[in-house]
Design a protein around this ligand. Structure first.
Ligand code: NDP
Ligand code: GDP
Length: 327
């Protein structure tokens, strides 16, 4: 039975990836950072019904010794580095922490592998935020990067260090340049989940308004369940490489609002209010990815449409709020 170590297992992608790995017969070990709120931390794994099937081990991406210890103890065959301070807006408020976790943290785990388990295969969660102020209308693996936030800069450092460790030390290290991907397990601070949660609250009479920032930003949104499959496929390849993972379709935040409110029989323009405090210091206006390489080399393609994903997210938030009301 192969063993996979997943950092960030308590996050959106960690939960879906753990589910995929369990389905494929892996032993799944997840890195868990200590918290005084340990009781709520497994919520996503619990939602998927897999909390009892993964082994959670203490460690922190900023503590190299904890990573070495976990790797020496569990001797993983595959390591997926999904842990990060992952919220762009927060990265302007906590740029140093973002650098320490999202940037240096990736090098900590690369170092731990180099020292303790160089034969393991490694996946780095790179991001379309590295394209930032886009240099080409549609972004591929060859598009130059221009990050626009401390988060994007930290991810770019981690990305190039992954490439560097592959080239310097021969590690089987791959990097997935993933465009935004969402699901009912997306953090509530991200715009899609904020919208579907807002729709559910308005539908159930718990709120009347939804404050948002820039409604004209455009994103290429896919479903997290489809995107974790691409991560796994990358590590099954003989040779490590970098791949863009995207749907190729980009829509504005206001169109996402129309879909989500429309699904609940509501009109977005009656409820959405623009709040200047939610406008970012620098914006990534538009992202649109071309995943031709992943399609050709990995046989990967997305299976969930934006419309189906929005419906799934709104329905899940309605279920959550109805359960809370009934309790
Ligand atoms: P989440 O924010 O949902 O999850 C982040 C995870 O990182 C959580 O498990 C969190 O733990 C963990 N974490 C944070 N800091 C530390 C630390 N110091 N030590 C150990 N663990 C830590 O992110 P997603 O699941 O959405 O994304 C997964 C990865 O992919 C991230 O690296 C993200 O930046 C990247 N990415 C995501 C995209 C997306 O659209 N979702 C797009 C492109 C890249 P805790 O639960 O304790 O907070
Ligand atoms: P990001 O692409 O990783 O920054 O993902 P987000 O979901 O946080 O933001 C996507 C886009 O939505 C960005 O261009 C934001 O400026 C825009 N946006 C507009 N209103 C909001 C809001 O209220 N919250 C968030 N998180 N983003 C918003």
């Amino acid at each position: 039975m192969p063993t996979a170590l997943v950092t960030g297992i308590t996050g959106q992608d960690g939960a879906y990836l753990a589910q995929l790995l369990l389905d494929r017969g892996y032993k799944v070990v997840g890195l868990l950072r200590r918290s005084a709120s340990a009781d709520v931390i497994g919520a996503r794994l619990r939602w998927l019904g897999i909390l009892d099937h993964v082994e959670l081990v203490d460690g922190n991406l900023t503590d190299l010794s904890s990573l070495i210890r976990v790797i020496e103890t569990h001797r993983p065959d595959e390591v997926y580095n999904l842990a990060a301070q992952s919220f762009v807006a927060a990265s302007w408020q906590q740029p140093l922490l973002t650098g320490a976790v999202t940037g240096i943290g990736a090098v900590n785990i690369l170092e731990a592998l180099r020292i303790a388990r160089p034969e393991a295969r490694f996946y780095q969660a790179s991001s379309s935020e590295m394209f930032g102020l886009i240099q080409e209308r549609v972004q591929t693996e060859r598009t130059p990067f221009y990050p626009r936030s401390p988060y994007g800069v930290a991810k770019l450092y981690a990305h190039w260090m992954t490439v560097n460790y592959r080239e310097s030390f021969g590690l089987h290290a791959s990097s997935g340049i993933l465009f935004n991907h969402e699901s009912p397990l997306r953090g509530i601070e991200f715009v899609t989940r904020k919208i579907t949660d807002g729709v559910a609250r308005i539908k159930l009479g718990l709120a009347r308004e939804l404050p948002l920032g820039n409604l004209d930003a455009q994103r290429d949104w896919g479903h997290a369940r489809d995107y974790v499959r691409a991560m796994w496929l990358m590590l099954q390849e003989k040779k490590p490489d970098d791949y863009v993972v995207a749907t190729g379709r980009t829509v504005r935040i206001r169109e996402f609002c129309d879909l989500a409110f429309g699904h609940a029989g509501l009109h977005a323009e009656e409820h959405v209010r623009v709040s200047q405090s939610l406008i970012r210091p620098a914006e990534v206006d538009v992202l649109q990815g071309d995943a031709s390489k992943a399609r050709a080399a990995l046989g990967w393609s997305p299976e969930t449409s934006l419309e189906d994903m929005v419906a799934e997210m709104v329905e899940a938030d309605l279920v959550r709020h109805r359960a809370r009301l009934a309790a």
